[in-house]
Design a protein around this ligand. Structure first.
Ligand code: HEM
Length: 405
């Protein structure tokens, strides 16, 4: 339980640059944040996520890389999709595929560049002390991006708060503002801290999952065909998906999350002297003493590849989620229990819209490049699915080709 195994809050300090927040807190403080943040992801938000995702992917088809036979870098495309949907559906802030947004007069960077820079490089602020951030061009850019992001977030808060005509909006930012206005101890810093967390928690996790899912579908063409047929059987001819009840698409997303969970370990510690009962592969049970203060990490990857719960765990097989008794307790991509991911529904809604739209209109392939012409399937798989650890598990390079169906 949460009381027995709380979070080691210290590990999360990286995430508190813009204020205390739901992820980097525990106990009463966490409860207070959760109470304010959870209703921000309500049903109305689901509709908004769905509509904005359809709009953004439609715009992508028309304006950018998915033109007939064109190719693109999936890792970058996925980051952009996830960011645009977050911007539009979480903060009521639309961004554009065409890079011509322009920098607003009181800023030195666009919102898009600031958030991309901060989400990729903010770890540097943990290593380099404040006074030294001005020394190299790289750290100066990270510092500027952080300052800019902070200003953007404060502006979003102030402009919503001071808007003459209060618009009815369904995004989490509006809900967060509304809920926090009933709690006078909730400061602007609590707001920026949590807004930043929604951005960080929702951006890379979502983007990397999309990227791996594209790669897996491009590698396993039979699975892509199965998904295409499923979508075809549900989707109105030539039409847009109308509901997020496309189970086949969510199985692909789940299977991707099982194989490539963006968060690979979830840190906890023991609040008291306690024990854990562990069983070995052969079924023997053993009591493991866990002294107070022990660091306990939930090994997400280990659990997701355990043959005890998953048959042929190395195989990409979305249909395993079709079984009504798939092992829910052995799937912890979103953590589990009361401190689990608050954005799960957000991700699922967006993901189903993205993959339904793209797979219904395009065949996804790994881009053919002359230097890799002679590789075997196993080599290609290893190349395309290569990753590096980061805040989340990050794909290295996934060049794709989209062919209009
Ligand atoms: C594939 C997508 C996602 C994955 C795999 C994921 C994974 C996780 C995990 C593992 C946790 C627990 C972290 C911990 O205990 O240290 C978490 C918490 C959280 N996630 Fe997500 N997440 C995803 C998408 C999102 C999105 C889209 C949002 C918001 C828009 C979001 C917001 C949050 C928040 C606010 C928490 C903290 C909840 C709390 O501490 O009470 N996540 N997520």
């Amino acid at each position: 339980g949460r009381a027995r195994f709380p979070k080691p809050v210290m590990v999360y300090k990286l995430l508190s640059f813009f204020g205390d927040n739901i992820v980097a807190s525990e106990g009463e403080e966490w409860k207070r944040y959760r109470k304010i943040a959870a209703p921000a992801f309500n049903d109305k938000n689901g509709k908004l996520i769905w509509n904005e995702t359809i709009r953004i992917v439609g715009d992508l088809f028309e304006n950018v890389c998915c033109k007939y036979n064109s190719s693109c870098k999936s890792d970058f495309m996925s980051l952009q999709i996830a960011l645009f949907v977050l911007g539009a559906a979480a903060f009521g802030r639309r961004m554009s595929w065409k890079d011509d947004e322009g920098i607003p007069p009181n800023h030195k960077m666009t919102f898009k560049s600031a958030i991309l820079e901060v989400s990729t490089n903010c770890f540097i602020k943990l290593i380099v002390p404040e006074w030294a951030m001005g020394i190299t061009a790289f750290t100066r850019k990270v510092r500027l991006a952080s300052e800019e992001l902070d200003r953007y977030m404060l502006e979003m808060i102030w402009s919503r708060r001071n808007a003459e005509k209060k618009e009815e909006k369904d995004d989490p930012l509006s809900n967060l503002l509304e809920a926090s206005s009933d709690d006078s101890s909730f400061t602007d810093r609590d707001l920026t801290g949590n807004i930043f967390i929604f951005l960080i928690a929702g951006h890379e996790t979502t983007a990397h999952t999309f990227c791996f899912a594209f790669a897996l579908l491009a590698l396993y063409l039979d699975q892509q065909e199965t998904l295409f047929q499923h979508i075809n059987s549900v989707l109105p001819e030539g039409g847009l998906p109308v509901s997020c009840e496309l189970r086949g698409t969510s199985w692909v997303l789940y299977e991707t999350l099982r194989m490539f969970p963006p968060v690979t370990a979830i840190p906890k510690y023991s609040a008291e002297d306690t024990t854990l009962t562990i069983s070995s592969a052969t079924g023997g049970k053993r009591i493991l003493p866990v002294p107070r203060g022990s660091y306990v990490s939930l090994n997400v990857v280990g659990l997701h590849y355990s043959p005890r719960y998953w048959k042929d765990p190395d195989e990409f097989r979305p249909a395993r989620f079709l079984e009504s008794d798939w092992p829910r307790d052995a799937f912890i991509s979103f953590s589990a229990g009361p401190q689990d991911c608050i954005g799960r529904k957000f991700f699922e809604t967006e993901g189903i819209a993205v993959f339904t739209m793209i797979v219904s209109k395009y065949e996804i392939r790994i881009k053919e490049e002359p230097q890799f012409a002679r590789e075997t399937f196993e080599e290609r798989k290893a190349r395309v699915l290569a990753l590096r650890p980061g805040i989340t598990m990050t794909p290295l390079r996934v060049p794709l080709a989209f062919k209009r169906r």
